[in-house]
Design a protein around this ligand. Structure first.
Ligand SMILES: Cc1cc2nc3c(=O)[nH]c(=O)nc-3n(C[C@H](O)[C@H](O)[C@H](O)COP(=O)(O)OP(=O)(O)OC[C@H]3O[C@@H](n4cnc5c(N)ncnc54)[C@H](O)[C@@H]3O)c2cc1C
Length: 408
């Protein structure tokens, strides 16, 4: 019988985009990894699709940006619109070309990103991906961490590792097991996402648009799909108690889009996909407990307006992987992991939760004077290059990246 060794690998619970990013970063430094996920194949439902410039810069370290650029869609402008008045402000990320090689948002579907990373990590001899297996619990002692899981969702097994990275999403069993609270709120309304092959670009829409309205806002963005012109996703708030069957009713969904943008040729939109999901703003009270770390949605969840959640998760993954490397090679002791908590939890609170909450308020503001004031502000700053650049530094995540580096 082979005795399992605590010290010979890092465990990662959850092979989603964040877990796979951490895995590839560790493997590139010759650190063995075992990932466990309950899926059989990477799920392909439409979720994140935006990669901000500092994320692209970080991902250069694991050598995947070239493939992302080949397959993704470059979006260098985004618009803030009013449902009735039209474009209120347009921000051009070219303004950041003096500080980054990536002055744009790269739109690239999350499932393609995850599959690309899964293909890469699977090539490493010191990587094991255990699929179709659900993590049940984890515990730690002074030597390392043990995970109990259901292999092929039938037989209970256990596995040991030196450290465990919990990347098992918003309902993280690792976080729950640690008794770490997930403070914040769940919004009353859900978000409805409709995907169409209709191309909005010839009608003046930039690749990302946020359209405010006190009754019903909409966010619309272009994703690469199988090639130009790609698909367009439209996100609407759904504040009723209707069932999914009622919400997904074809004529209801059609009406939703037509009410916002009557089809220019008086036709029906081709709706390819419908998705409804709950939205939260929550953060774990700790990102580190001993030898266990929380990353990505296991550590923080937020509304998707601004496309930041996955980006922050990737930054968490790269941060913890770097620190594990320093400890693995004995250049630092485990105290450095407290810095992971300080850096990532601080910026998640100060930037991720704050900015995404502001983005939602910008779209839904019901008070006319507040809405006009905010629109005036955004319109004015968009016309002044210095103010627009400062705003983009924040919304494109440069500020949070800088702030995290400054925290000791
Ligand atoms: C509709 C939608 C749109 C979004 N749009 C954006 C966007 O535009 N930009 C953006 O940045 N973010 C967006 N997000 C957020 C983004 O999708 C998440 O931040 C991202 O999925 C987080 O990745 P993750 O790897 O941390 O978690 P997940 O993607 O949730 O991955 C967790 C993995 O853990 C596995 N797992 C969970 N529990 C267990 C268990 N007990 N045992 C084994 N495996 C387990 C799951 O199978 C999964 O593979 C959106 C989210 C949604 C829902």
């Amino acid at each position: 019988m082979i005795m399992e060794n605590y010290k010979d690998k890092i465990l990662i619970s959850g092979a989603g985009p964040v877990g796979l990013t951490a895995a590839l970063a560790l493997l590139n430094n010759d650190i063995p990894v075992t990932l466990i996920d309950s899926y059989i194949d990477v799920p392909t439902d439409p979720r994140a699709s935006t990669f901000h410039p500092p994320t692209m810069e970080l991902l250069e370290k694991i050598d995947i940006t070239e493939e992302m650029l080949e397959r993704g869609l470059i979006v260098n402008k985004w618009q803030y619109r009013d449902r009735k008045k039209g474009v209120v402000a347009e921000f051009n990320l070219d303004l950041l070309s003096d500080i980054t090689k990536y002055p744009f948002r790269l739109h690239f579907e999350q499932h393609k990103y995850a599959q690309m990373l899964l293909n890469r990590v699977s090539k490493f001899k010191n990587c094991k991906v255990i699929k179709n297996s659900t993590v049940l619990e984890s515990y730690q002692d002074k030597n390392g961490v043990t995970i109990k899981y259901n292999e092929n969702n039938s037989k209970t097994k256990s596995i040991k590792g030196k450290f465990l990275i919990g990347c098992d999403g918003g309902k993280s069993i690792i976080r729950q097991n640690l008794g770490v609270s997930f403070n914040g709120l769940t919004f009353e309304e859900r978000f409805l996402v409709l995907t169409t092959s209709f191309d909005f670009k010839p009608y003046g829409f930039s690749g990302t648009c946020y359209i405010s309205d006190p009754d019903e806002w909409c966010s619309i963005f272009n994703v690469p799909a199988d090639g130009p012109p790609g698909h367009w996703r439209l996100v609407f708030p759904e504040s009723s108690n209707r069932t999914q069957t009622e919400i997904f009713n074809d004529s209801e969904c059609q009406k939703r889009i037509q009410d916002f943008f009557p089809h220019p040729n008086s036709k029906l939109y081709n709706i390819l996909h419908k998705n409804i999901y709950k939205v939260h703003q929550r953060i774990a009270e700790k990102f580190r407990v001993g030898k266990i770390f929380l990353c990505g949605d296991a550590a923080h969840i937020n509304n998707p307006l601004g496309g930041m959640g996955l980006n922050f998760g990737i930054h968490d993954a790269m941060n913890i992987a770097e620190k594990i490397h320093l400890v693995w090679t004995k250049k630092k002791n485990e105290d450095i992991f407290d810095r992971y908590d300080r850096q990532r939890r601080t910026v998640a609170e100060e930037y991720l939760l704050a900015q995404t909450a502001q983005n939602k308020r910008d779209l839904e503001e019901k008070k006319t004077d507040e809405r006009i004031k905010r629109q005036k502000y955004l319109s004015e700053i968009s016309k002044d290059n210095i103010s627009a650049k400062a705003y983009l530094m924040k919304t494109a995540m440069f500020e949070s990246t800088k702030r995290a580096k400054e925290i000791n």
